[in-house]
Design a protein around this ligand. Structure first.
Ligand code: ADE
Length: 253
C-alpha cells in the first residue's frame, strides 16, 4: 500500500517510520510511505506557504497554491488517467480536528485502498478552497487540538499498516485486537508464572483450550462492561455473551 504524505515538516516522519514493524513492512515492500515537502512546490523567492487571514484576526493560514501544486503534481491529478494499479479515486485526506473521528472501522476501510494521500494542516488553518476543492475526506484523531496534522498522519499510517496482510508477524495478530471485535482485549500474561507474589490465573496454565477461550471471552466482556460500556451497544454478542453480561449487571461492582 502506498501512502503519499504532504507536510511542511517532513523531518518528523523518518524516526518513527524507520523503527520496528513499519520499518520491516517497508523493507518487505508491504508499505511505501513517500513524504512530500509542500514548501518544495512554492514558486516565489521566499518559498511562502502561509499568509495572514482575510478579514483580520490572529494566526496564519496555509496558502492554497503550493498545496494544490504539490498534490496535483505527485498524484498526477491533471495529467490524464492514473495507472489502474494506483487507483484514480485515491482518497485525499486532510488531518484536522474538524474531521470524522478516526476509529478501527475507518482504519479497516482505508486499508482497502492501494494508495492514499494524507495532507497535514499547520498554522491556524488552511485556505478553505483546499478543503472544498481538493480534499475528499477529513479525519480527526480525537477531540483535542494539536499543533499540526503530522502526528495524526503517523497514527493513521500505523493503524492502517498493521491491518495489511503479512505486516504483523502473527497472521491472527490484528483479529483479536481491542476494538477489532468491538470489545476490549482480554488480559495477557507471560513468564514467570508468579512475579512478586502476583500469580498468573491457573486457567491459563491448565492447557485446556476450550476453557481458556471461554475465560478470555468473559474477560473481554467484563473489561468492556467496566471500562467502555458504550462499546457493548455495537458489539456482536452471542447468547452466552448476553447471559454473562446479565450476570454482571446483577452483581454489585
Ligand atoms: N490537527 C490538529 N489537531 C488535530 C486532530 N485532533 N486530529 C487531526 N488533525 C489535527
Amino acid at each position: 500500500m502506498q501512502f503519499e504524505v504532504f507536510t511542511l515538516l517532513p523531518e518528523v516522519f523518518p524516526p518513527y517510520l524507520e523503527s520496528s514493524i513499519l520499518k520491516r513492512a517497508s523493507e518487505r515492500g508491504l508499505i511505501n510511505v513517500r513524504v512530500h515537502n509542500i514548501r518544495d512546490y512554492t514558486r516565489d523567492k521566499h518559498h511562502t506557504t502561509d499568509d495572514t487571514p482575510y478579514g483580520g484576526g490572529g494566526g496564519m493560514v496555509m496558502k492554497p497554491e503550493p498545496v494544490f501544486e504539490a498534490l496535483e503534481t505527485v498524484l498526477g491529478l491533471n495529467a490524464g488517467p492514473t495507472p489502474p494499479e494506483l487507483d484514480s479515486n485515491i482518497p485525499i485526506i486532510l488531518l484536522t480536528p474538524q474531521g470524522r473521528v478516526f476509529d478501527q472501522s475507518i482504519a479497516q476501510e482505508l486499508s482497502q485502498h492501494p494508495r492514499i494521500a494524507l495532507l497535514c494542516g499547520r498554522y491556524e488553518g488552511i485556505d478553505e478552497r483546499i478543503r472544498e476543492h481538493l480534499v475528499t475526506d477529513e479525519i480527526s484523531i480525537g477531540d483535542y487540538v494539536l499543533t499540526g496534522g503530522e502526528l495524526p498522519a503517523l497514527i493513521l499510517i500505523d493503524a492502517i499498516a498493521r491491518l495489511l496482510p503479512e505486516v504483523l508477524g502473527d497472521p491472527t495478530g490484528a483479529q483479536d485486537d481491542s476494538h477489532a471485535m468491538g470489545l476490549l482485549e482480554y488480559p495477557h500474561y507471560t513468564r514467570p508464572p508468579e512475579f512478586r507474589g502476583w500469580k498468573t490465573p491457573d486457567i491459563l496454565l491448565s492447557g485446556d483450550h476450550a476453557k481458556i477461550e471461554k475465560w478470555r471471552r468473559e474477560q473481554s466482556l467484563l473489561r468492556t462492561f467496566n471500562k467502555r460500556p458504550d462499546m457493548l451497544e455495537k458489539a456482536e454478542l452471542s447468547k452466552a455473551d448476553k447471559k454473562f453480561l446479565d450476570s454482571l449487571k446483577n452483581v454489585e461492582r
